[in-house]
Design a protein around this ligand. Structure first.
Ligand code: NAD
Ligand code: ZN
Ligand code: ZN
Length: 236
């Protein structure tokens, strides 16, 4: 959505230029803020930002070279959002690079281990192989899809249903999967989970991604929040 904006305009929306503090390092380039950024903005539309410019992020207040932040933005999927490299505060709406697919929801009457007082929500994700886009590691090359459809489970209680609604938002923002190298199999150019853990076993726990796990719902709420998906999103 925000993709059409000029990168430097995105940076300037969320950073206010300030005088560099006396003796601090830029967390991106590790140079002192008093020395200029090592990045050149020129070729990627950063002509209006000087290498010496230091910016303060508007919400969290962390300071960085503005050109370093611009370089980080240009390295990502350029969706109009930025994330503080220091505290991870998100500015704008973060989206991911999940390929096209389907998310389906089913209701199962059987209970999960540890949740004997309720039924179960089953989520089925299906993604088919395709060609990588410019937002992926190897544009133009195929990506593979292993172990799809993937089946995931949540307790059908109040917190589980809240997690489900947030997962639906994460899905539409393309945050559930990404294209990369599987850390389990080492296969490159394949669709992999993206930092939001799912329970893929219902009645067993062979992989460690099963039940019981009394902390799971809280953990996944934290992971969703670090991608910018919070209860606030449900009110909008
Ligand atoms: P990955 O190995 O790159 O790991 C990414 C994240 O997914 C990590 O945080 C990891 O902890 C988590 N993860 C790893 N295995 C998981 C599992 N079985 N269930 C839930 N989360 C898991 O990610 P990946 O390559 O997408 O998935 C790991 C492996 O699990 C793959 O080999 C995939 O084929 C397999 N898998 C199979 C099925 C199936 O129904 N057959 C379902 C899910 C995953
Ligand atoms: Zn820097
Ligand atoms: Zn910050």
């Amino acid at each position: 959505a925000g993709g059409a904006q000029k990168p430097e305009v995105v940076i300037q929306r969320y950073m206010e230029e300030v005088a560099p503090p006396a003796d601090e390092d830029c967390i991106i380039c590790m140079e002192r803020l008093m020395s200029p950024s090592g990045y050149e903005g020129g070729s990627e539309g950063g002509q209006s930002i000087q290498p010496s410019a230091v910016g303060k992020l508007t919400k969290c207040g962390h300071t960085l070279h503005m050109l370093c932040m611009l370089a980080m933005y240009n390295n990502g999927n350029k969706d109009g959002s930025i994330q503080c490299p220091s505290c991870k505060t998100i500015y704008g709406q973060k989206t991911g690079t999940q390929p096209k697919g389907k998310m389906e929801i089913y209701s199962v009457s059987q209970s999960l281990p540890g949740h004997s007082d309720c039924g179960t929500i089953q989520i089925v994700y299906n993604i088919l192989p395709g060609i990588q886009g410019p937002e992926h590691p190897n544009p133009g090359q195929q990506y593979t899809c292993r172990g799809f459809p993937r089946f995931c489970f949540l307790p059908d209680n109040e917190k589980g249903r809240k997690v489900l609604e947030l997962l639906k938002i994460a899905w539409t923002r393309r945050l559930i999967f990404t294209v990369g190298t599987s850390s389990t199999t080492g296969e490159p150019d394949t669709v992999v989970w993206n930092e939001i853990h799912h329970k893929t076993e219902m009645m067993s726990n062979v992989s460690g991604h099963g039940y019981p796990d009394p902390n799971y719902l809280d953990n996944v709420l934290t992971e969703l929040a670090s991608q910018g998906v919070t209860e606030e999103c449900l009110k909008q």
